[in-house]
Design a binder for this molecule. Structure first.
Ligand SMILES: [Zn+2]
Length: 228
């Protein structure tokens, strides 16, 4: 999980006067403009990657996710337009007749099925240190970094379950990436300049079709192989 570093909320949100109503679906132009500004700013600051799975928002589709839900079980409408509660999530993969297998929409489904949401146990991409709480293994699994029995382990484990981060699709994708990288690292192990080029390429930003700087998907999987 990449850490989404603190940055100012869009002015469409901070300058709204009167303040925006706690209603995400409100059809007013002010609410629609604020939602668009939030969406664009999160995309930029997350470098085009889903805050949960690190898939490409451009490829998978995206929505603005309320880490603390805005309604329903565990809902807190007061944080509907609290920017620190918002991240960009992909739509997960949704096959015909099935609901999403990971990320924001899966989280909603999981919370409904459990009948509870443990906010204090859920690790948000906005939480400092979140990038150190997950290990991406070469077989594609994601597991808590901390030792079993610790609070950190419990929180990371809960987050993996709530956001579906270890679903088969993501696991397979990460395994393919890790295996390819391991082969490349082995092949070029005596050529440090090539390894440095690989690192710069895979962990650096590149312009998307609109000229926004984005990262290559599954950044943390790559980083843990190239620059552990
Ligand atoms: Zn995702």
């Amino acid at each position: 999980m990449r850490h989404l570093a603190p940055h100012p909320a869009p002015t469409e949100l901070t300058n709204a006067n009167p303040p925006l109503p706690p209603d995400w679906s409100n059809p007013s132009p002010e609410v629609r403009q604020a939602k668009r500004a939030i969406r664009d700013k999160l995309y930029r600051h997350q470098f085009g990657l889903c805050g949960f799975c690190e898939g490409s928002l451009g490829e998978l589709g995206r929505h603005t996710e309320h880490v603390e839900p805005k309604g329903g079980i565990g809902g807190n409408p007061a944080r509907t337009f609290d920017y620190t509660n918002l991240i960009a999530s992909c739509q997960g993969e949704q096959k015909t007749g099935q609901s999403a297998d990971s990320c924001g929409h899966f989280k909603d489904k999981y919370i409904r099925a459990q009948g509870t949401f443990l906010l204090a146990d859920f690790v948000s991409p906005r939480e400092a240190g979140c990038d150190l709480m997950f290990k991406y293994l070469s077989d594609g699994r994601v597991v808590p970094s901390a030792a079993q029995g610790t609070d950190e382990y419990r929180r990371a484990d809960y987050t993996i379950k709530v956001a579906g981060l270890d679903c088969n699709r993501l696991r397979n994708r990460r395994r393919q990436i890790a295996e390819r990288l391991i082969r490349q690292i082995d092949r070029f192990q005596n050529e440090p300049h090539v390894l440095q080029q690989l690192l710069n390429h895979y962990l650096g930003t590149h312009p998307d079709i609109n000229g926004e700087q984005v990262l290559i998907p599954f950044y943390s999987t790559r980083k843990q192989r190239l620059a552990p």
